[in-house]
Design a protein around this ligand. Structure first.
Ligand code: NDP
Length: 333
């Protein structure tokens, strides 16, 4: 089997030689075990953001969709498709006797995708989909007619948040990093307005696009752009803090300064709440079935940025961090 091991501390953008692809022998499977062959492997921003939490060396964790090739567990016979958190490896042995003790042990049967590509089980019908669904609906509690802003809008999570907001009858404004993404959001996904945050004056653009202020903000990026958005929120607005990718390649102890947001939080009595999506792990099936239904009815569009080949996982990861993806970045093994 092969796996990616992180063997050096990342400095700034991860580098190829921070990783080593290690070949190793998998032992025989024991009672309760399954042998899984990876078919689709996910690259996600938290693989960068969580880096400092793990002592080096560590195996690169992450989501994958695989197929059971050998089984000593009657609940998961050979041929079963499964979603696991085994990360960037082509084969893995999983013991399902102990259940899921932490989010790192996540392993569950593929949800009913009603004919969609199985790759969506690590995208819209996987962790990123649950993030958009619960992170937006549970924390922002949007009402029809409200104005919603989403950053990282053309990515896996953001593109779903904006469309869910439209389904709920909101007016939606997105920020993304290229003109092509802006066009996709407005013309394909039905965003009311989208902007390229790299070229636009965000303060001015928002004044024009949301003259009555912002009610909900789904924050994927943090930093100055988020401060500008929060400055234009309405009383009792809700901010769902999902991520801060603008800082993931920075040294967290020496972060760049963004304008202060506390004045707006107090004066406008905003609710600002961060979350980690495993909070709703038990409820993932609820999100998945609703998302699949929305895709089937044409209310929700999903896009993937697909690369092929186990040896290309690292490149796909770095491409995603730098914004080359539109929609969910995945690797077909
Ligand atoms: P995306 O598919 O959105 O890919 C990352 C995107 O981030 C890139 O495409 C790029 O798009 C954008 N980006 C990169 N650098 C910057 C920057 N400096 N400023 C602004 N945007 C930047 O990834 P996901 O949808 O998987 O994740 C989106 C966010 O959600 C991340 O912050 C992630 O950590 C968070 N997340 C949080 C979870 C939770 O439980 N809280 C769970 C899952 C995700 P562009 O071209 O627009 O710059």
């Amino acid at each position: 089997a092969r796996k990616y091991v992180v063997k050096k501390k990342f400095e700034g953008v991860p580098k190829r030689d921070d990783y080593e692809i290690v070949e190793y022998e998998l032992g025989p499977i024991q009672n309760g075990d399954i042998l899984v062959k990876a078919e689709w492997i996910s690259v996600d921003p938290y693989q960068r953001a969580y880096h400092d939490r793990y002592p080096i060396p560590y195996d690169q964790f992450g989501f994958q969709v695989g197929i059971v090739e050998d089984s000593k567990n009657p609940k998961f016979p050979v041929g079963t498709r499964i979603v696991t958190h085994k990360g960037w490896c082509d084969y893995s042995i999983i013991n399902l006797n102990d259940g899921m003790k932490t989010s790192m042990d996540i392993a569950y049967k593929l949800p009913d995708l009603k004919g969609l590509s199985i790759s969506h089980a690590i995208g819209a019908v996987g962790m990123p989909g649950a993030t958009a669904y619960f992170g937006f609906l549970e924390i922002c509690k949007p009402k029809a007619g409200e104005t919603v802003v989403v950053t990282g809008a053309a990515g896996a999570v953001g593109s779903l948040v904006g469309q869910i907001a439209k389904i709920k009858g909101c007016r939606v404004i997105g920020f993304a990093g290229t003109d092509e993404k802006v066009q996709w959001l407005e013309q394909e996904l039905g965003f009311d307005k989208a902007f390229n945050y790299k070229t636009v004056d965000a303060r001015k653009a928002l004044k024009e696009a949301a003259p009555n202020g912002i009610d909900c903000y789904f924050d994927n990026v943090g930093g100055e752009l988020s401060s500008i958005i929060m400055n234009q929120m309405n009383n009792f607005g809700r901010v769902s803090v999902c991520g801060s990718i603008s800082a993931y390649n920075e040294d967290f102890s020496q972060l760049p300064k963004a304008p202060i947001v506390q004045v707006d939080i107090v004066m406008k009595q905003l609710k600002v709440e961060g979350f980690l999506v495993p909070r709703w792990l038990n409820r993932f099936p609820e999100a998945f079935s609703e998302i699949v239904n929305w895709i089937q009815s044409g209310q929700l569009k999903v896009k993937e940025h697909v690369l092929e080949g186990f040896e290309n996982i690292f490149d796909t990861f770095v491409a995603m961090l730098s914004g080359e993806n539109t929609g969910k970045a995945v690797v077909k093994v």
